[in-house]
Write a protein that binds this ligand. Structure first.
Ligand SMILES: O=P(O)(O)O[C@H]1O[C@H](CO)[C@@H](O)[C@H]1O
Ligand SMILES: O=c1cc[nH]c(=O)[nH]1
Length: 237
């Protein structure tokens, strides 16, 4: 047991999907996995382990923002030995050619979070996803005929940001805003684990367009299937 996850050793697979929303974790487990066991209900941050195409995999809600995901991934890697972590989240697009419902593979994550500045002091550390997981996901998305985007995302510390510099981020190639990937990429490196974020564009920050909940469900399914199929080659048992 760890402070925020009351699973026993061995309850959590070495490969895990990480949605922000714990109910998305439940949806993924119930829709895509077989022989599912719920291993965590602490704070309702649900975690499940089951089988996908015969391979053992877990799915765990992380909550919203850098502090919340940092707690869960730290405990998953330090206490339970998790080795492959794939965030399956939503984001807001800030480029004209990135459309609502597109799926983005986050190659890297810029951020205004203070966490890495505190950690690295004067160094501008560049949080980067795992290349092998990125490549595997890209190939799976192409196999499924999806228009996948790959690039830098922005991990924002505030959802409602009065001083957000969206235009400059867009000018410098950032594709979308979300709230967890920079911490996921940074902390996973420390634990010598692989990490990637796959994000569905739920809304467009420039135009205000947003998906309906039904549409989101279908697009989420594409993202989840990419994540699961990309993860399979990395699962040992
Ligand atoms: O849909 P999730 O995975 O929670 O991701 C996005 O949605 C939340 C904000 O609404 C933030 O956590 C952001 O990163
Ligand atoms: O963090 C997020 C998620 C969706 N849309 C946004 O603008 N920000």
């Amino acid at each position: 047991m760890s402070i925020h996850i009351n699973a026993k050793q061995g309850d959590i697979a070495d490969t895990i999907l990480l949605p922000g929303d714990p109910l998305r974790a439940k949806y993924i487990a119930e829709t895509f996995l077989d022989d599912v066991v719920c291993y965590n209900e602490v704070r309702n941050m649900l975690g499940f382990t089951g089988y996908y195409k015969g391979k053992r995999i877990s799915v765990q809600g992380t909550g919203m923002g850098v502090p919340s995901i940092s707690i869960y991934i730290h405990e998953l890697m330090e206490e339970y030995g998790v080795k492959n972590l794939i965030r399956v989240g939503t984001c807001g697009a800030i480029q004209k050619d990135v459309k609502v419902r597109d799926v983005i593979l986050a190659q890297s994550a810029s951020s205004d979070s203070y966490q890495n500045r505190k950690l690295f002091k004067n160094i501008e550390y560049a949080p980067t996803s795992d290349f092998e997981l990125l490549l595997s996901s890209y190939n799976e998305a192409k196999k499924k005929g999806m228009q996948i985007k790959v690039g830098n995302v922005f991990t924002a510390d505030s959802f409602y940001d009065e001083n957000g510099n969206i235009e400059q981020l867009a000018e410098y190639g950032v594709l979308a805003l979300e709230m967890e990937s920079s911490a996921l990429f940074t902390i996973s490196k420390k634990f010598d684990a692989r990490a990637l974020s796959i994000l569905t564009v739920s809304d467009h920050v420039l135009t205000g367009e947003a998906t309906s909940s039904e549409e989101r469900q279908t697009t989420f399914n594409e993202m989840i299937e990419v994540a699961l199929d990309a993860a399979v080659p990395f699962i040992e048992a």
